[in-house]
Structures are given as C-alpha cells and as structure tokens.
Design a protein around this ligand. Structure first.
Ligand code: COA
Length: 336
C-alpha cells in the first residue's frame, strides 16, 4: 500500500482576455450584474484559428506539470483527462495527449464529471497509485467552453460565467503514508441531471441529424442549460457536506485546513463556504475573478496558482472540493 502525492502542477490559459464590458457589447449584460452575482471580472476565450483546443491547452498545462515534477515522460504510466468539452465526440482527449506528448502506449481514461471532473480524476489516480499498479499518473482538466456558449441575450445567464483554460497535475507514488492524498470522497445525484445540462448532440434526445432536420433558429438544445438558483442552493449544501465528510474521515477539523481550493463555480458560493467554515481569506484560494468558471480546469488552475504564489507549503492540509452538473460533487484531502 502506497500513498499518492502531487509531484508537479501546471496550467495554461489562452491569451485573449474577455472583460465584462466586452460581453456587454455583444449581449444585454453589464459589469455590475456579473460582478455582483458571480465575482467574475474577466475570463479567457480562445480565438478561432489560434490553435487552441481542449487537448492542446491540456498538453501545454501537462508539459509544465511534468517538467516541475521531475518525472521523465517515459515514466508516466497513465493519463486521466477530465473535460465536458472534448475535441471530438469520440475518441476522448486522453489518447490525443498520449499522441501529442509522445508518451509510451500507456492507458488513457476520459472522465465525464463536469465541474467535479478533476476531483473524480484525482480520486481514480489515487486508487491506482495506492494499489501499486502505477507510479506516475498525468491528470488533466481542460475546457474550451467559448465555442459552445450562446453568446446572445438568450444565453446571458450562462455564458457570462464560463471561461477557457487547462490545468494539470502529475500524481506520483509516495512511500511516507503520513503524506500525500489522505482520502477522496465522491457523490452523485442523477435526479437533477437536467438542471445543468447540454442535451444535444446526444443519443438520448437529439442527435445532429435531428438538429439539421428541424433547422430551428430557436433551438436551444445544443447550448448549455442551467437552473442557476437551484444549482446555487444545492452547491452550498453539498460543498459543506463533502468537506466535512473528508475532514471527519481523517479525524481532522476545520481548524486543521491550511488551504481550501473550491471549484471556481461562483465567487458567491466560495464566500458562502468560507463564511460557513469561518475560514480566513488566506485559507481559501479564488481566481474566478480573472478566469471565470473553467469547469474541470478550475481546481488545477487555482491549485497551481496557489502553489506558485507560495501559499501551499510542505505539511499543509489542502482540501479540494467541487460540485457541478450531474449533480456530482466530491472532495480530496491532501497532506502536502
Ligand atoms: N446580465 C444581466 N442580467 C441578467 C444576466 C446577465 N448576464 N443573466 C440573467 N439576467 C437577468 C435575468 O434575466 C433576470 O431578469 P428578470 O428579473 O428581469 O427576469 C435577472 O437577471 C435575475 O436572473 P436570475 O437567473 O434569477 O439571477 P440569479 O440571481 O439566480 O443569478 C446566476 C444567476 C447564474 C449568477 C446564479 O444563479 C448562480 O450563480 N448560480 C450558480 C451557478 C453556478 O455556480 N454554476 C456552476 C455550477 S458548477
């Protein structure tokens, strides 16, 4: 039995900054509304033709994480890629990373858990490393949302929130069982699948041929739908539950938390959790203000930034927590 530790972190975001004022030029929105409800000031959007894809951004983040980990590419044993915005309907982006990074013919797994994707991916990596099956696993969360958002007045309740970007971690064997990932906790409640959903193209209700046949300018089925207030209410409850679950499983308490990295869903959700747990500003890392909600990429981007800024040190108790479409939610408890 081994533990797993994060041995390297990296992130990449496209250069193109889209401010709230930029959005207000193309849809009926404004900086005050967006900041008040979400805390977001700006986000990054890929520019068509700049070469960025979900995979290529993930690869750029992964190259940094691998370099920092000190793990040679030939020693990466497995790839796990979390995204809701893959380059292709199939195959998933994991195999494209294997190709683009020139890794051996290692296995590549794609995770479909939206905002909880990175937490689920880390949990899978943890299990493989604990059992001794693999020593070094590349975990990527990457999203290219901007191509798929409804950038009109109709879509404003959703499209102002999401941004593009990627984060990656190399997760490696740790022989000291007091260090590394202490536990992971995963949940789902599919009863609410349609409260945050992208229906088409899918084999369940609407495939591409249906969209083309109907040729309906009012078709919203291929844009994300979100019941914002319902998501908000569930998020604050589930975030709290799953953080407490992780602490209790390790006989720890809130006062032991050195750094909480919540999925960057909405600054108001993070602030609610911070107030509920009575954590200081130094104990919670947020960067949604400049990147928006990057779904599966948000935790690895925030974790990388916090680490780069020296806010995470050896021995710290780091808690990752996420909630999102599915609904799915989860937490990871790490002794750094
Ligand atoms: N700009 C300006 N006005 C907007 C707008 C925008 N971008 N989007 C919606 N509005 C309007 C609505 O049309 C509505 O107008 P009305 O009162 O005239 O009907 C009003 O603002 C309130 O809309 P509502 O949807 O009730 O706002 P809200 O207070 O629920 O805030 C969210 C919307 C999405 C910011 C909020 O519900 C939220 O953050 N939910 C959680 C989302 C989340 O975390 N998602 C990620 C999950 S992982």
């Amino acid at each position: 039995m081994y533990h797993a530790k994060i041995s390297g972190l990296g992130y990449y975001v496209p250069e193109n900054v889209v401010t709230n004022d930029d959005l207000s030029k193309i849809m009926d929105t404004n900086d005050a509304w967006i900041q008040e409800r979400t805390g977001i000031k700006e986000r990054r959007h890929v520019v068509r033709g700049d070469g960025n894809t979900t995979t290529s951004m993930g690869v750029k983040a992964a190259e940094i994480a691998i370099e920092r980990s000190g793990v040679a590419r030939e020693d990466i044993d497995f790839i796990i890629f979390a995204t809701l915005s893959p380059d292709y309907y199939f195959p998933g982006p994991g195999v494209l990373v294997q190709r683009d990074l020139g890794l051996r013919t290692v296995g590549a797994l794609d995770v479909r858990n939206q905002c909880s994707g990175f937490v689920y991916a880390v949990s899978i990596a943890d299990q493989y490393i604990k059992t001794g099956m693999y020593k070094n696993i590349l975990v990527i969360g990457s999203e290219l949302h901007s191509y798929g958002l409804d950038m009109t007045d109709r879509g404003r309740g959703v499209s102002v929130i999401f941004g593009d970007g990627a984060g990656a971690a190399v997760i490696s064997r740790e022989e000291d069982l007091t260090q590394g990932i202490l536990s992971t906790h995963l949940h789902s409640e599919g009863q609410h699948a349609e409260e945050l959903v992208l229906i088409a193209p899918g084999m369940g209700k609407r495939w591409v041929s249906d969209i083309l046949k109907d040729n309906d300018p009012n078709d919203e089925s291929y844009f994300p739908y979100m019941n914002g207030q319902f998501v908000f209410k569930n998020a604050v409850v589930r975030f709290s539950e799953v953080i407490n679950e992780g602490l209790q499983a390790n006989n720890l308490s809130v006062s032991d938390i050195s750094m909480l990295i919540p999925h960057q869903a909405n600054l108001r959700i993070s602030q609610f959790i911070q107030a509920k747990f009575k954590l200081s500003d130094e104990q919670v890392y947020n960067n949604i203000q400049k990147f928006g909600n990057t779904t599966a990429a948000s935790i690895p981007i925030a974790l990388t930034e916090a680490w780069e800024q020296g806010k995470i040190k050896k021995g710290d108790l780091v808690v990752l927590a996420a909630f999102g479409s599915g609904f799915t939610w989860g937490s990871v408890i790490i002794r750094w």
